[in-house]
Design a binder for this molecule. Structure first.
Ligand SMILES: Nc1ncnc2c1ncn2[C@@H]1O[C@H](COP(=O)(O)OP(=O)(O)OP(=O)(O)O)[C@@H](O)[C@H]1O
Ligand SMILES: [Mg+2]
Length: 156
């Protein structure tokens, strides 16, 4: 299993959107992005960037109450989950694997906010942990487990 690890800073909101947009442009169907990080660290912003990269024009808002939002107008479907209010047993009852296994849904990109609440993980995934950095900006710890990320040029 290939595991790539990157650690870098996103200096502003645009940088977070840009990272998401690159993921949305280049990722293949079936990829799961696990987003972790405290309140307000940029998880939804990153998913908005993914939507932009996929060519979704509809505005992406966090599915805090609906739990799951599906967007089908882009290059691939985007499934956006927010597990903030849930306990692991409640998450299991949602059957999130339906999205990454492509059971009864078209295979797409699945982005999960508060992924630390998942009781089990997919076999391969991209994990993005966001935290506050200094006064502004965000620190990112990105691990790609079984996923090739050679399109990502993090020097820009
Ligand atoms: N790299 C960054 N530097 C500074 N501010 C950022 C950065 N990325 C996002 N933000 C800002 O952080 C704020 C919170 O972003 P966002 O709503 O995406 O966080 P979140 O992690 O989804 O929050 P929640 O935990 O409530 O779901 C927004 O105002 C956004 O513009
Ligand atoms: Mg959010």
């Amino acid at each position: 299993m290939i595991v790539d690890y990157f650690n870098f800073i996103l200096t502003d909101t645009e940088a977070t959107t840009h990272l998401g947009s690159l993921l949305g442009q280049y990722l293949k169907a079936g990829i799961v992005i696990l987003l972790e990080g405290n309140l307000g660290t940029g998880k939804t912003t990153l998913v908005q960037g993914i939507g932009k990269g996929l060519g979704i024009t509809e505005s992406i808002v966090s599915p805090t109450f609906t739990l799951i939002n599906e967007y089908t107008e882009g290059r691939l479907p985007l499934y956006h989950l927010d597990l903030y209010r849930l306990e692991p047993e409640e998450v299991a009852a949602l059957h999130p694997e339906v999205y990454w296994e492509g059971i009864d849904v078209d295979s797409g990109i699945t982005a999960i906010e508060w992924a630390e609440r998942l009781p089990y993980l997919p076999q391969s995934y991209i994990s993005i942990r966001l935290s506050h950095h200094n006064l502004h900006g965000r620190q990112v710890e990105l691990s790609a487990v079984g996923v090739q990320l050679n399109f990502l040029d993090l020097t820009k």
